[in-house]
Design a protein around this ligand. Sequence first.
Ligand code: ATP
Ligand code: MG
Length: 398
Amino acid sequence: MNRVILIKYGELTTKKGNRKLFINTLYSNILKKLKGLEVNIFKDMSRMYIEYDSLNEKEILKRIGEIFGIHSYMIAYKTNSNLNDIKKTISEVIETSFDMSLNYTFKVETKRSDKSFKNNSMECNDIFGSYILKNYSNLKVDVHAYDILVHVEIRKDFSYVYINEYKGLGGYPVGVLGKGLLMLSGGIDSPVAGYLALKRGIKLDLVYFEAIPHTSLEARNKVLELAKKLLVYGFDMKLIVVPFTKLQEEIYKNVPGNYSITIMRRMMYRIMEKLTKRFKGLAIINGESVGQVASQTLTSMKVINSVTNLPVIRPVACLDKLEIIDISKKIDTYDISILPYEDCCTVFVPKHPIINPNLEHCLEMEANFNYEELITEIINNLMVIDITSKESEYEDIL
Ligand code: ATP
Ligand code: MG
């Protein structure tokens, strides 16, 4: 078959020094994503080419559409780099892609990366344009309002002809910026935050705080389902389940109701810092959104954040809830997120959580109980689950 999938890189082309790393990461992500489908992938500094079995074409196009770091991708017809073969291929592309009983306008756009090719790009446009006009009476040139844009890329070894370009997801290849640990609850915000972090090239491990028996196994299952949705865009993620019950109960025994959420979140951040170190991450990521609840006022965020020096990335910090919901629908997490299972944050929610907490007060309250011992116990009793898309893997966990 002379068809290949041609991939144009995303934003990475602007990062000159890191270009190799970006391309190699994208390459290995594409290999992982296309696992099980027979493909050959070739890469150079400006493009990737995938040879494939035509039976798998639809599936491959779908999967490529789920990979970050790709600007656009298309089915391109590969041919030899000479005018006659390119013309023949243009005919093949036009005749297989359009209903030839209808009239169309067209434009030819030639890109010539092989500068030793005897005609320049403008001459090629004329040559191929005239060829099309001569052979197809139903096609007329219109360089401004065209129905068909015929792309010709002339390279040293081979040339490529293509028509339809699909828009890629953009962003950076996942992993190129190292790893972050995402605080993944069962809510709407955190899966969206995870998706946006992946888009910036951050590989993820996921952390879920659970408070069994106050929270249910269904709640954990819901988080697992959300994790699987993120796996569509991420690679090799772990879900770290944090047994939070004892510490949470201690907080509610020792801390006045209005400060309980503030202290609980300070404890979560302390645990996140330890986990980030243990799992070799560089940052904490979560679904906090400024102003959404009492613990997400700027004063609250400052007091909570002060327990760690790690960068805390909040991808949805400045989005409206409706904007977050739009993304959650797009990535198919919304219907899972709205399932009605209690989260450890909602179980103990006080009537009047403080919106302007005072750091000194927090420190005094925390001095009342030995939380460090409880945190050490938690860190020694984590459950770590490798996320895969296969159902059977989880039977013994749920
Ligand atoms: P919602 O979509 O209902 O706002 P949420 O998950 O965003 O749900 P918040 O109380 O706003 O809930 O929590 C803010 C952030 O803290 C979450 O986005 C998530 O990153 C983190 N978080 C909250 N609860 C948990 C939990 N049980 N496990 C892990 N992370 C959590
Ligand atoms: Mg929220």
